[in-house]
Write a protein that binds this ligand. Structure first.
Ligand code: SAM
Length: 242
């Protein structure tokens, strides 16, 4: 790996991006859930509910929640009876998640994994989910290829991610909120302005729904679909492995 990649608005080596993303999430882990509520006005809970309704987890099926962080999406799927493995590159995020799962009496499997190079065998899972995670991954096509590999035939791929909205008025409102207020809230609540500036920049840089849908199809998924909300600020992507 030698070409430069974006870390927010900065160009860095791929190795440096992976290292810095790790530092961001180690820094925000303890305050991550509170910050999600503050940054989205609680909306992330509704988006995650809607996402899990699309996934339709079934009792006993094996689901990999990639970049699962502190477990928000995994808990919703485990409550519906799925056997959920939460994987994330960051051990600090997973440690917070395990504590939260214990407090809720939920039984999940937790594993440190890089989405770009998974240690799971081929055809291990019925569904693969990744929520607000893939824009942080350095080599996104590699992660999509791995998602395809670890899914069984007939397996479902679901991804929810932010991008820029194409509703002009709303996009302007969001930009003001994101540029001015999110880093300030990050400073006040988590004493970390820079990490939250990175999160805002990474949202702006993520491909538009149609472009990401093409990447999902390129990885081998059929019936790749994009369901944009708020003009594409948040999109649920899906695909099937046949
Ligand atoms: N899915 C959770 C949620 O929606 O609350 C957490 C999302 S959090 C914004 C992004 C997560 O992606 C972090 O926990 C981070 O450690 C993880 N991540 C970033 N790069 C990764 C990679 N290459 N492989 C696995 N996880 C990664």
């Amino acid at each position: 790996m030698s070409d430069k990649v974006n870390f927010g608005d900065e160009l860095v080596s791929p190795e440096e991006k992976t290292r810095r993303v790790g530092a961001v999430f180690s820094s925000v882990a303890r305050r991550y859930d509170l910050m999600n509520d503050l940054m989205s006005g609680g909306m992330h809970r509704l988006w995650k509910d809607r996402f899990v309704n699309r996934v339709k987890p079934r009792t006993g099926e094996a689901i990999l929640d990639m970049a699962g962080g502190t477990g928000d999406v995994a808990f919703r799927m485990a409550r519906r009876g799925a056997q959920v493995t939460v994987a994330d590159i960051n051990a600090d995020m997973l440690a917070v998640g395990e504590q939260r799962a214990d407090a809720r009496g939920l039984d999940l499997t937790w594993k440190v994994e890089n989405a770009e190079a998974l240690t799971f065998a081929d055809a291990s899972f019925d569904a693969y989910t990744i929520v607000f995670g893939i824009r942080n991954v350095t080599e996104i096509p590699a992660a999509l290829k791995e998602a395809h590999r670890v899914l069984k035939r007939g397996g479902r791929f679901y991804c929810m991610e932010f991008s820029s909205s194409d509703w002009p008025g709303f996009a302007k409102l969001y930009d003001n909120w994101a540029d001015k207020l999110i880093p300030r809230i990050g400073k006040a609540v988590a004493d970390d302005e820079e990490s939250y500036r990175y999160l805002v920049e990474s949202i702006r840089r993520f491909p538009r729904p149609s472009a990401f849908k093409a990447m999902v199809a390129q990885a081998g998924f059929v019936r790749a679909n994009a369901e944009p909300m708020l003009g594409g600020l948040v999109t649920i992507h899906s695909g099937w492995k046949i």
